[in-house]
Design a protein around this ligand. Sequence first.
Ligand SMILES: Cc1cc2nc3c(=O)[nH]c(=O)nc-3n(C[C@H](O)[C@H](O)[C@H](O)COP(=O)(O)OP(=O)(O)OC[C@H]3O[C@@H](n4cnc5c(N)ncnc54)[C@H](O)[C@@H]3O)c2cc1C
Length: 383
Amino acid sequence: MDFTWTDEDAAYRARIRAFLDRELPDNWDEIARHGPGSPEQTEFSLNFCPKLAEEGLLIPHWPEEWGGAARPPWEHFILGEEMWRAGEPRGAQYMNVNWIGPVLMKYGSDAQKAQYIPPMAEGRAIWCQGFSEPNAGSDLASLRTRAVREGEDYVINGQKIWTSYAGLASTCFLLAQTGGAEGGRSGIAIFLVPMDTPGIEVRAIPSLIGHGDIHEVFFTDVRVPASCRLGEEGEGWSIISYALANERVGIPRYEMGTAELDAMVAELKRRDAFSDSIVRSRASAAAAACEAARLQVYRVVDGRARNEPPGNESNLARVAVIAAEQAVADFGMDFLPDAFSGADHMSMLSHHERAIVTGIAAGAAEIQLNLIARRHLNLPKGA
Ligand SMILES: Cc1cc2nc3c(=O)[nH]c(=O)nc-3n(C[C@H](O)[C@H](O)[C@H](O)COP(=O)(O)OP(=O)(O)OC[C@H]3O[C@@H](n4cnc5c(N)ncnc54)[C@H](O)[C@@H]3O)c2cc1C
């Protein structure tokens, strides 16, 4: 693989950086304090993403039919890296451009596409993903939220938990069981549910990463028309597998990790505390972890650029990204602990908090390791 960026790629990156320099406000560090899941950042995205769309930088990888420019996967990825380096000003809307929009294009009815894709392309839509439940996280197939067909409608009852963005979202990408009492993967269907439907209650869960970032969502006799179902009954699991393959590498967190590590090293140098060989070797190890994550992710993007079907590389990439974020956070905690208690280094504090949850959100790291053991190393289940 040739790792050199073309002149065209470099110019594209420079164009994005210039846009960010121009459009991010002076108090961006404060807005970004709690990370992309925070209400502040999600609200900010409703002002920022329309400008990004006008500039042709929101959905350049989408087909022209839906307002994109059919640009190649590598360009889309450069865009993601630059957004993450800046702290992800697209907030929740990164999900729309990376996977919700493409999933609707592939599986949506004409009416669903017409209703939901244009607002995403304009940068004006906030979605949340209703997957996890109190007893169904890693074992997602055991989810119990149930959608029962009644004539032309479904009636939904159940509870979701840890739902990011639910406080501000207008639509929920919801997983529910429509199958028989046995449930499981084959009974799962997806519903596109307007969040203002009567019977939906959202409660914020106070958390380490800030108030309003994650929620419980209760569904009590929520009645939606059958036209809200995405795909067929029982097709939910295969749709969600396609969606997650896109989501897993959609977040180049190593880019934020690298930026924070650079800032930590600069601060240590400013304090004349970067000559110790242990400090230097730990910084090198964290930098190497970020580079390893970058290269693992690039393997996946390369496969996508060649139109290869998603493979096990995305599991390896995700584990490498988690390891990189945690190496940077551990380095900061060991050698700059005071930086995390004041207001001077808010982005470091924000990165540290995100690094704690990164091995859980979007699927626990241990589950990825199980998949690598089975699919990549061919180890028997339970070994
Ligand atoms: C910040 C944040 C944002 C989130 N946002 C969303 C969201 O928007 N929408 C949504 O639906 N969910 C969201 N989640 C939920 C997330 O997807 C789940 O937390 C995750 O899938 C783990 O599920 P769980 O919490 O039920 O933990 P469990 O599945 O109960 O796991 C607990 C521990 O047991 C380990 N474990 C479980 N099973 C195995 C196994 N088979 N082998 C080895 N170890 C195992 C896990 O690794 C973990 O350490 C979010 C979570 C966080 C932290």
